[in-house]
Design a protein around this ligand. Structure first.
Ligand code: ATP
Length: 544
């Protein structure tokens, strides 16, 4: 049922072209009809009459037919692959769009390694699943059906005998499929912990070193790899058993059929040509059934991956605000009577705040008092449970929130530098910034001296998360990006954390120099910038 559902959704992506798949499969099947007839003529006419000429002609015809079959088969599979790859690309795009639409709150709670696994590994398995179903199983099933019809026409009695073993094959396949499903879930679970652990080792490499836990981590990783190895072996053996048991049942049945067929020939109720033709078709049927069997593991694995993908796609955690209006934003923000909480107790209750163009507002408060949460509310990453946030006198619910955010420049508390050049980091989200504007932003943020000291200057490549930079240099890059954006509102969340006194002074005076007079919101837990601000909001306790 789950498999059928997955097939239905995949077909939906290329339903206008499904008839091409069907036509190819029918053509491939049709090519086999003359083959069985030619084999019969070889044994019934060419051999008994010692007719070498006829034998040669029939052989050439057989070779030509089988070559056509091979070429058409390649063309069929290549054509179908193009459709399935497109269908899987659509699913990959839908997943990444979903990821970008996730609300900040759900992203914070999300299991990132699970989402990463779905995006990268499960979509790859889905690709294998689609290939297995459409380019292997469906054409092979059509051809097998055609071969069964030919077998019935050739000899009904022997076909019925063959049909009698079909339930046995189905029973064995079903039993082994269920067993494989169990080993597959065990494999999935151990693969997930392997994936999580590997990400942890990469992300927390420094923590592991400074905590001297390399040995412990190495042993833990080894035990996870051992479990992965065992579960993957169990799964592979399950799949091998499935195809081998089918093979054995089929071979035994073929021998019984040969014996019965030979007896029938001896009795004179069937010609040797019909027996040979029957056997030739049986050999082809076995080949196509084997092909179907070998595609089964990809189908079983892919069905599970498909479920993971659809589960993620159906999660209802999209952006908080869904308005569409793109209005002129002058930097004016108002929080009117807003209430917001993470749990039972409100972090903000009937809270009011007003940011005005050209003014600097300082929000000061101890750890955990809600300063970063306030930034998230102003960025529209969270929505207040009561009250409304306004930008230029228009409620956030009406704004196209992405557009509004593009008018706000923010220096977040967390590090936002990424692998790339300093220039790429500074111009992230502002791709059209000219060299003059970049130089100006670099001066404003106090980054110029550092850049001048680098042989490659702005084109110096910095490591993952700015690993080759000091905390202050990373902070200055984020501040330069903020100045470059020429936004109507500048938010600096704990900007002074890594900066020395003279740089803080420089940035404070740079903020005042901005000709487009943005409103500025500075979040801090120190008093350093109090004298530079037009208003100070104090969040004294955890519940303002
Ligand atoms: N996503 C979340 N889920 C649940 N509680 C949260 C979440 N984010 C923050 N909190 C809680 O809300 C409170 C305010 O957090 P917030 O980060 O806004 O404080 P802050 O004033 O910026 O602190 P700091 O000065 O340490 O950065 C804290 O008690 C924190 O534990």
């Amino acid at each position: 049922m789950k498999i059928l559902n997955s097939i239905r959704v995949l077909i939906a992506s290329f339903h206008q072209k499904i008839w091409i798949v069907v036509i190819f499969a029918v053509l491939l099947s049709a090519l086999l009809i003359p083959v069985s007839f030619l084999v019969k003529v070889i044994f019934d006419q060419a051999i008994p009459n010692n007719d070498v000429n006829l034998l040669l002609k029939l052989t050439v015809a057989l070779i030509a037919l089988m070559t056509c079959n091979g070429i058409l088969s390649i063309y069929t599979r290549a054509t179908i692959l193009r459709y399935t790859k497109d269908a899987v690309s659509n699913i990959r795009n839908a997943l990444s769009e979903k990821l970008l639409r996730l609300s900040h709150a759900s992203y914070q709670q999300a299991d990132i390694s699970r989402i990463h696994k779905i995006l990268v590994y499960d979509t790859e398995k889905l690709d294998n699943f689609a290939n297995a179903i459409f380019s292997v199983m469906i054409p092979s099933a059509c051809i097998s059906l055609c071969l069964v019809i030919i077998l019935i026409i050739l000899n009904l009695q022997m076909s019925l005998l063959l049909l009698a073993i079909t339930p046995l094959i189905i029973l064995i396949t079903e039993f082994l499929r269920r067993a494989s499903k169990k080993s597959l879930s065990q494999f999935q679970a151990s693969f997930e912990s392997f994936h999580k652990k590997s990400l942890f080792l990469l992300e927390f490499n420094k923590l592991i070193k400074v905590s001297s836990t390399q040995q412990k981590e190495a042993e833990h990783h080894k035990s996870i790899v051992r479990e992965l190895n065992n579960s993957s072996l169990r799964m592979a053996i399950g799949f091998i058993k499935m195809s081998n048991y089918q093979e054995v049942v089929f071979s035994v049945s073929s021998i019984i059929l040969l014996a019965w067929g030979s007896y029938t020939v001896m009795q004179g109720s069937m010609t040797i040509g019909t027996l040979m033709s029957f056997y030739f078709c049986l050999f082809l049927l076995k080949r196509y059934l084997n092909t179907i069997g070998s595609a089964l593991p990809s189908v079983i694995e892919g069905t599970d991956s498909w479920q993971q993908c659809t589960r993620l796609l159906s999660e209802q955690h999209d952006e908080t605000y869904t308005g569409t209006i793109q209005h002129v934003f002058d930097g004016k923000i108002e929080c009117r009577d807003i209430t917001f909480s993470f749990g039972e107790l409100p972090l903000f209750k009937n809270f009011n705040l007003s940011l005005r163009p050209g003014e600097t507002t300082l929000v000061i408060g101890p750890n955990g008092s809600g300063k970063s949460t306030l930034v998230n509310l102003i960025l529209g990453l969270y929505q207040p449970h009561e009250g409304t946030v306004y930008a230029s006198d228009m409620a956030y619910t009406q704004w196209d929130i992405q557009y509004l955010r593009s008018k706000i420049a923010v220096v977040l508390q967390e590090d936002t530098t990424f692998q790339g050049t300093i220039l790429e980091n500074i111009t992230y989200g502002i791709p059209n910034a000219g060299p003059g504007a970049v130089q100006e932003a670099v001066q404003y943020s106090g980054l110029h001296e550092f850049i001048e000291s680098l042989p490659e200057g702005l084109h110096t490549v910095i490591g993952e998360k700015g690993a080759s930079l000091s905390g202050g240099q990373r902070q200055k890059i984020a501040i330069a990006r903020c100045f470059l954006a020429k936004a109507s509102l500048i938010i600096l969340d704990e900007p002074t954390n890594h900066l020395d006194e003279s740089t803080v002074e420089l940035i404070a005076s740079s903020l005042k120099k901005q000709k487009h007079t943005p409103s500025v919101l500075i979040i801090t837990h120190t008093e350093r910038l109090r004298s530079r601000s037009d208003q100070v909001i104090e969040l004294k306790t955890a519940y303002a």
